[in-house]
Design a protein around this ligand. Structure first.
Ligand code: FMN
Length: 204
């Protein structure tokens, strides 16, 4: 089994990477493969609601000049997903949100039912709002949300400081254990059969 960890920070060896690495190490101790993908500093387009992904019936965004489709393909292959971001003005990093929105809109079926966790890394505040923002799409895709001993938050400002947040690091290790337990519990379980979705809006 494999967990994909998406690091939304532009800082390659920053605090989010440290938090994700702690989770990855702990997952591997539990016998679960872990891959960290860092979004880095290259531009990531936002969704333009062109619906081309739906029209083509495919599972790809029509823009193929950034990391989105590559990461979407990895999201398809993984058994569990962990999304991590630094907090910017009380919200996750914009590039990460752009990528998630395009991946989910173009290939939402890839994610249905997979266990998901979010991790927010900040100097001081805005982590819980960021956690909610990252989890919102997955909460409408039958994804079990994986939690820990505390909210999945690590504190630090300058790159490297996260390693000093001992409680935060412990929270990451507990999260990894819970993800492993969830994945092992779901292994070989049949997927629930859902009713055909009734899609309604509020004006008709
Ligand atoms: C543009 C910007 C906005 C930020 N806004 C917040 C914030 O709202 N709350 C906070 O606690 N830290 C904020 N920070 C600090 C980062 O969240 C913090 O330095 C974090 O450790 C960076 O993670 P990284 O090393 O993985 O990039 C901000 C940093 C930047 C660059």
């Amino acid at each position: 089994m494999k967990v994909l960890l998406i690091n939304g920070s532009p800082r390659k060896a920053g605090n989010t990477y440290i938090a994700m690495s702690e989770i990855a190490k702990s997952l591997e101790l539990e016998g679960i493969e872990a891959e960290i993908v860092s979004l880095g500093t290259k531009p990531i387009r936002s969704c333009i609601a062109c619906n081309s992904c739906k029209a083509k019936g495919g599972n790809q965004c029509m823009f193929d000049d950034d990391l989105c489709n590559e990461v979407t393909a990895k999201m398809k292959e993984c058994d569990g997903l962990i999304v991590g971001s630094p907090v910017y003005y009380g919200q996750p990093n914009g590039g990460l949100l752009a990528l998630l929105q395009r991946a989910l809109f173009s290939a939402g079926s890839y994610f249905t039912g997979k266990p998901v966790a979010a991790v927010a890394v900040c100097r001081r505040g805005g982590a819980t709002a960021s956690l909610q923002t990252m989890l919102m799409p997955f909460m409408m895709m039958h994804c079990p949300i994986v939690t820990s001993q505390y909210w999945n938050i690590v504190y630090g400002r300058d790159a490297g400081e996260a390693a000093l947040d001992q409680e935060g690091m412990q929270t990451m290790r507990s999260l990894a254990k819970n993800m492993a337990t969830m994945l092992n519990g779901l292994k070989n379980q049949p997927k629930p059969e859902y009713e055909t979705r009734q899609a309604m809006n509020f004006i008709r």
